[in-house]
Design a protein around this ligand. Structure first.
Ligand SMILES: N[C@@H](CCC(=O)N[C@@H](CS)C(=O)NCC(=O)O)C(=O)O
Length: 208
């Protein structure tokens, strides 16, 4: 198997953190998104959507979508379980992971894509949409702070894919200058705990 990645970006980073937490090592090819390597004919043949991550299976199948890649690896390597352990638990983890995708990742990514100079000339930016995403992200942080009161992780007492999705969302939110307000104590404490994990440190922005 081979992973096509770009660690600085939230969706490939989600897969890389997930693999590190599972203790799985894969051959990895780093695609330079800044240099538009994802738009070369070679990469477009692998994923015509020009996006990473992509997992190349040994039979030549190209699997895209970060969650699908994690799901595949979870089936191959059930331990440690990062997607739940029984029907109820798996559904709860799935619920929280989808919430982290839709409520956090989409809004943080929208604020970045529509409000950051990196994307000028790369996409059609709609600054008002970026501002709306930022306001939505701020509202969702307040919501999440209340939801996780009394527990260490997003979906319960253990690390799951939902925590990984969320920390990657906050990573891109940081580049869009979205910060967790200090008064959101539960969320701040969760973020501090996650930020100490080797997988998060290893994949995060490097000190200059
Ligand atoms: N839904 C996809 C999203 C993949 C995606 O948007 N990847 C971004 C990096 S986070 C990308 O490759 N962007 C390249 C570009 O837009 O030029 C997933 O979960 O894998």
């Amino acid at each position: 198997m081979k992973l096509w990645s770009a660690q600085v970006a939230p969706n490939p980073r989600r897969v890389v953190i997930y693999l590190m937490e599972k203790g799985i090592e894969l051959e990895t090819v780093d695609i330079d998104l800044g240099a538009k390597e994802n738009f070369t004919p070679e990469f477009m043949a692998i994923n015509p959507l020009a996006r990473v991550p992509v997992l190349e299976l040994d039979d030549g199948t190209f699997l895209t979508e970060s969650k699908a890649i994690c799901r595949y690896m979870e089936e191959l390597h059930p331990e440690p379980a990062l997607m739940g352990t029984d029907a109820r638990d798996r559904a709860i983890v799935e619920m929280w992971d989808r919430r982290m995708e839709f409520e956090l990742m989409q809004n943080m990514t929208g604020a970045f894509r529509h409000g950051h100079p990196y994307w000028e000339g790369r996409i059609e930016q709609v600054p008002d949409f970026g501002d709306l995403c930022r306001r939505n992200a701020e509202a969702k942080m307040a919501w999440l702070d209340g939801e996780i009161a009394g527990r260490d992780f997003i979906a319960g007492d253990n690390l799951t894919i939902a925590d990984i999705t969320a920390i990657c969302a906050f990573g891109i939110g940081r580049i869009a200058r979205i910060k967790i307000p200090e008064e959101l104590e539960n969320l701040s404490a969760w973020h501090a705990r996650m930020s100490e994990r080797d997988s998060v440190i290893a994949t995060g922005p490097k000190p200059k």
